[in-house]
Design a protein around this ligand. Sequence first.
Ligand code: NAD
Length: 368
Amino acid sequence: MGSHNIVMLAGDGIGPEVMSEVKKVISWLESNGDISFTIHEDHLGGSAIDAYGVPLTDETLEQCRASDAIIMGSVGGPKWDNVDYNIRPEAGLLKLRKELDLFANLRPALVFDALVDASSLKPEIVKGLDILIVRELTGGVYFGEPRGIEDLGNGERRGFNTQTYTTSEIRRIGVAAFELARKRGGRVTSCEKANVMESGKLWREEMTKLHGEGFDDVELSHMYADNCAMQLLRNPKQFDVIVTDNLFGDILSDEAAMLTGSLGMLPSASLGAPGVPGLYEPVHGSAPDIAGQGKANPLATILSFAMALRYSLDRGDLADRIETAVQDVLSSGTRTADIMAEGCKEISTSAMGDALIAVLDSKLAEAA
Ligand code: NAD
């Protein structure tokens, strides 16, 4: 049994609290599953600024590069609002993503049965929802050159950015989406604005070409991104995997996230080329308003760890066990404050971790 090399970056605010609950799950797996981990804990973001003077040190980056997967809590908070822009907490996270060239951001939008009422949409629209948004993360208009703000004289200024995609950038995110769809419902919807943008036209052409080169077992459809935004609210269950660029993915993944009702439940993964460790983190931030109070929901981070088991450690079986246990904990009516509902019992961050472990224990006992 090989040991998986994990770098754990708890970060700031509620990060350390939710990461403590991930550690409970890791210990449980080591005691009860055929898996072992070597954990390297380090600082990122504000905590790294405090410890080392920068939000990501070269040593931490090298530890990450040499790992099998990186699990992160969250970075940032008011304490570091006035640090130099180049060494702000978020700069550490951006540098980590850039250095590892993590070009594929995976954001599942999964509605657990017990939380169906937390969505702002009608239960029948979201019940059973399970979609995966695959967003291109390192290209497009957020990085394209030229960019800037120029003075045109006469009090007039011009702000500009460049939306740009190359064949290889489109193909590698396309491959990721098709391969992920094969492990799920077998359907990919590719979104762009080919009707008004050349980069979108190229995106559509390259996706179609790639599909014909070995992915025709997956169903491919194309949709304009604005229509996708509407369809996500009208009939979100029509989707399996949505693949899209950096800008549209930013917006569509946040929209899809809200279908599920709670930030505290949303995991994510950022993946690079084969052999590069994935970065797994909850979608939420460091929640300074509740940090240190035992109120944070640890499930988004625990579900992010489950994604690491599935996508980086090839242990989808253990990811399934954790996800089923989360479903059961929620069904039992124990909730952290963010997902509290009438008739349920409010519990703390650490009690939620314990409740999950209790479910894992009882499932193991049932199976024995
Ligand atoms: P946030 O996600 O931290 O919080 C938004 C709201 O959701 C808050 O009311 C918070 O209490 C609540 N919330 C978030 N996670 C929760 C959880 N697990 N359980 C219960 N409630 C939860 O967003 P924000 O307030 O805009 O940002 C706070 C800080 O986090 C900022 O410094 C921001 O830059 C940073 N941030 C970091 C990341 C990241 O690390 N990837 C992402 C977003 C924001």
